[in-house]
Design a protein around this ligand. Structure first.
Ligand code: DAT
Ligand code: MG
Length: 142
């Protein structure tokens, strides 16, 4: 058993489309548990800091504008192989390439407005969780 915690965001387009419940339901059905959860409307500075690794990419301005355009849901998901499991459930970055029944196939509008974020490694998960949550906001069950 490789129990892990990962970081997830339900992005503005999914929140505006009233898909928060559908997305959380899917994580629970797949055996991931919600260990922390809050809504936030990100500032430009907070969104830029989160996506700092992409700061030189041509889509950076558009990405930050989108992520600050409406509230988001910030979550800690935990479970066996949580980092990789979450990435599988999300599907490819571009919904046109995402597998059937993945969250991005179901709920993304475009490569930019792609419904969900999930940490890409255990190291990213630790950084991202610490960036958005105080220690006492995470309620682990393992
Ligand atoms: P992921 O979110 O699958 O980890 P990523 O880390 O490469 O993908 O990119 C972060 C986000 O940036 C992605 O979820 C949506 C946006 N993005 C990536 N590539 C893009 C592109 N070619 N055009 C517009 N937005 C893009
Ligand atoms: Mg990424």
């Amino acid at each position: 058993m490789k129990m892990e915690r990962t970081f997830s965001i339900i992005k503005p387009n999914a929140l505006l489309d009233n898909n928060i419940g559908n997305i959380i339901k899917r994580f629970e059905e797949e055996g991931l548990r919600i260990a922390a959860l809050k809504l936030a409307h990100l500032s430009k500075e907070k969104a830029e800091g989160f996506y700092i690794e992409h700061k030189d990419r041509p889509f950076f301005g558009e990405l930050v504008a989108f992520m600050t355009s409406a509230p988001v849901v910030l979550m800690c998901l935990e479970g066996e192989n949580a980092v990789e499991r979450n990435r599988e459930i999300m599907g490819a970055t571009n919904p046109a390439e995402a597998a059937e029944n993945t969250l991005r196939k179901l709920y993304a509008k475009s490569i930019g407005e792609n419904a969900v974020h999930g940490s890409d490694s255990l190291a990213s998960a630790e950084r991202e969780l610490a960036y958005f949550f105080e220690k006492d906001e995470i309620c682990p069950r393992f």
